[in-house]
Design a protein around this ligand. Structure first.
Ligand code: ADP
Ligand code: MG
Length: 247
């Protein structure tokens, strides 16, 4: 228990006749990037949604730092340290970069941010907000209105919104999607540095990034994990090559 940040135990979820999760068990350990790969429709997003609390499993359990959170919702799991990044438009476009992170630092839900304008002048929130911006390389954009950011910068801001709450783990569904080569390289470097602070369960289609970043990889096919291991072992696994990597 103690050396595992996130545990998924025998999680199953059906949509009608489709068994999207079929008895999935996996762990996220301190300091690691654990990548979850598999073909389209394998059930990756369904699993992420069950871990985040957006979708309730039919059976099985999800544990955060040794606590059974299966019955808890998204907000409660977030309060327990689970950061689910890259929820699109978590940012307020008419505020500056720094203001967005300050408001995230007070833990406010997006829809009540307008009640929290006083927080924007609170140094106890501004200091950690600036630190989070530094982590994602946006110090120079602190005073920029979000609407004027590039797509890649906006994605890094979304990461800062999660980071400022000092999460104990991240789950990310395709953080590189829609980023160009430069944005992708920046985000990849950022994720590599982030894992020491909070381990990352990473769903990502970009196999070059996955094999460069991951400490362990699990392969999901038709709702079942068919292999878990170090990147070299996964690359060499004949079942994985047959089912997914194109042999
Ligand atoms: P992935 O993210 O690996 O591409 P998903 O988790 O999105 O896969 O989907 C797994 C399977 O579950 C697919 O067959 C998909 O069509 C189905 N599915 C996912 N969400 C729903 C839903 N809300 N209703 C019905 N079927 C769904
Ligand atoms: Mg998906």
């Amino acid at each position: 228990m103690t050396d595992t940040v996130l545990q998924v135990r025998n999680v199953s979820k059906a949509f009608g006749a489709v068994q999207a999760s079929d008895g999935i068990t996996l762990d996220l350990r301190p300091g690691e990037i654990h990548a979850l790969i598999g073909p389209n429709g394998a059930g990756k997003s369904t699993l992420i949604a069950q871990i985040a609390g957006a979708l309730r499993p039919d059976a099985g359990s999800v544990w955060l730092s040794g606590q059974d959170v299966t019955a808890l919702g998204v907000a409660e799991r977030a309060n327990l340290g689970l950061a689910r990044s890259f929820q699109v438009s978590a940012v307020a476009m008419d505020l500056t970069v720094l203001q967005n992170v300050v408001l995230a630092a007070c833990g406010a839900q997006r829809r009540v941010w307008r009640f929290f304008r006083a927080a924007l002048r609170d140094e106890r929130l501004i200091a950690p907000a600036r630190a989070a911006l530094a982590r994602v390389g946006l110090t120079g954009e602190a005073a920029t209105i979000v609407a004027d950011l590039s797509h890649g910068q906006r994605r890094r801001l979304e990461l800062a919104l999660a980071l400022v709450l000092e999460p104990t783990c991240f789950v990310m569904d395709e953080p590189l999607a829609g980023l160009g080569a430069d944005g992708s390289a920046e985000m990849t470097a950022l994720l590599a540095g982030l894992k020491a602070q909070a381990p990352i369960l990473l769903v990502e289609h970009d196999m070059d990034a996955v094999f460069a970043l991951a400490d362990r990889i699990s392969v999901l096919v038709y709702g079942k994990i068919i292999a878990t291991g170090a990147p070299d072992a996964i690359r060499a696994d004949s079942d994985v090559r047959r089912a997914y990597l194109g042999d």
